[in-house]
Design a protein around this ligand. Structure first.
Ligand code: ASP
Ligand code: MG
Length: 466
């Protein structure tokens, strides 16, 4: 019997009808003999609303908080009513929703009174989204006659550090507890239905695993139970060779390695957070991304060892926009150890994330790429700190650039890939500003003018016939 952790998110739990659809999908798989653990993320848009409600509460905007509460209430009540047919089950779910929403209101009122929102209290507010969505999925599964049990991530045994807002699981303890709490149910043919995204510290304080963290919950649970597979059910067919809005002929990637998936995620293919892949990668548990609205499509399978021979060395191409390129130069940098350290230390202290770095062998300049919205801050930080030092003569910047990242494990040790990439974009008359290839050879990234980005992606997609 196959043991699969199935996670549902996005529009797949966007409304009551969709939840009903998801529940019958689960029921069908149970009928086929799958042993399933269900993980649910918040209804679409709810986490954002809770986020806003907590901020508005801190600022004391009670009207705005009330309106957001109203919206959240209506969304969940409507979803429950559309998903659950059985009257007593619906009543029970509605009653629990009401108690939960009352508690949420009290928490927000408390924040408004104090005018104080800590990362701890924010996580507490954010945890309500998954509590309510999971409750509705639980009720719907019961309505379909399945034997189910509701768990919060905390009750399921996920223990994290106290880095509220982006907590990390303590895997040993978590694995032990999840095994103890969840495993026995599986033997009794009870389906555990677990809230994604939320967990708790050792002291029992509610934490969240970071935005998009429900996928992480699924892989943590799977790793703990040593499940056979993780299926991430969503509203897209899987990971694509490129953004179909840019390349209309983009296709679903049938299979890729964990390394490649992480690389693509880092470069903005928003399918899964790289952190979420780690527990599965460590235990070599395959992760499948599937579309609840297109069951015919097998989706994307992420595995350790690929069985399908890739057609070519390149798997996918992503484009990151709204970036800026900064160039730090000066003859004083040549042969002076510690210049790069100073530059990146300043940026790090200023909480500025660097996407790409390059230094020419002449050492007379260092270039790096950052997000456009922190450009001004970065430049002034560097100017204030370094211009007077004699090391650096100039800090210049361009804010109309993009990064194109070409990903594929097959590039490793294959000569000529870079030549094909840059040949293709040269023929499209795209000028390259900066190039970087990590020594992992899993990706080649380059900087071009923002207006050339899409053209470059199309040219490379065409060259590798993806
Ligand atoms: N609800 C959380 C979020 O929106 C977690 C998730 O959806 O995976 O970030
Ligand atoms: Mg979400």
């Amino acid at each position: 019997m196959k043991r699969v952790v199935m996670k549902f998110g996005g529009t797949s739990v966007g409304s009551g009808e969709h939840i009903r659809h998801v529940a019958s999908l689960i029921s069908n798989h149970v009928g086929k003999g799958y042993q399933i653990v269900v993980v649910v993320s918040a209804l679409k848009g709810v986490t954002d609303d809770l986020f806003e409600a907590s901020e508005e509460a801190r600022s004391g905007n009670r009207d705005r908080v009330q309106r957001l509460l109203q919206k959240t209430t209506e969304k969940h009540v409507a979803a429950a009513r559309n998903a659950i047919e059985n009257k007593p089950i619906l009543e029970e779910v509605e009653q629990t929703l009401k108690t939960t929403l009352d508690e949420l209101e009290k928490v927000l009122t408390g924040i408004a009174y104090l005018g104080d929102l800590t990362s701890k209290s924010k996580d507490y507010v954010l945890s309500f989204g998954e509590k309510m969505s999971t409750l509705i999925v639980w009720g719907t599964l019961r309505d379909l006659g399945l034997n189910v049990q509701y768990f919060t991530g905390k009750d399921a045994g996920i223990v994290t550090d106290s880095n509220f807002g982006e907590a990390s699981p303590m895997m040993k303890m978590t694995a032990h507890q999840v095994m103890q709490k969840i495993e026995p149910l599986q033997k009794k043919r009870i389906i555990p239905v677990i809230t994604g995204y939320i967990a708790a510290t050792q002291d029992g304080e509610i934490t969240t695993l970071g935005r998009g963290g429900s996928d992480y919950t699924a892989t943590i649970i799977a790793a703990a139970l040593e499940a056979d597979e993780v299926w991430v059910w969503t509203d897209v067919d899987g990971l694509m060779t490129s953004d179909p809005k840019i390349v209309p002929s983009a296709k679903v990637i049938p299979e890729l390695s964990f390394q490649e998936a992480i690389e693509m995620a880092i470069f903005g293919a928003k399918a899964m957070h790289p952190r979420a892949l780690e527990p599965a990668m460590e235990k070599e548990i395959p992760v499948r991304i599937r579309n609840t609205f297109n069951l015919e499509n097998a989706g994307t399978l992420i595995v350790k060892e690929q069985k399908i021979k890739p057609k070519d060395v390149v798997k996918g191409i992503t484009l990151i926009k709204d970036l800026a390129l900064v160039n730090v130069s000066g003859a004083g940098m040549v042969g002076t150890p510690g210049t790069a350290a100073k530059v990146f230390d300043m940026l790090g202290k200023d909480n500025i994330n660097v996407l790409m770095i390059s230094q020419s062998a002449s050492e007379a300049n260092i270039s790096f790429v950052i997000h456009g919205n922190v450009l001004e801050r970065a430049v002034s930080t560097l100017e204030i700190a370094l211009l007077g030092s004699g090391l650096i003569r100039e800090v210049s910047a361009e804010d109309d650039v993009c990064v194109v990242a070409v990903v594929g494990a097959g590039m490793k040790g294959t000569p000529g890939v870079a030549a094909r990439i840059f040949g293709a974009i040269a023929r499209s008359r795209v000028n390259v500003r900066m190039i970087a290839q990590g020594s992992s050879e899993l990706n080649i990234s380059f900087v071009a003018k923002e207006t050339d980005g899409e053209k470059a992606v199309r040219a490379i997609h065409e060259e590798f016939k993806l």
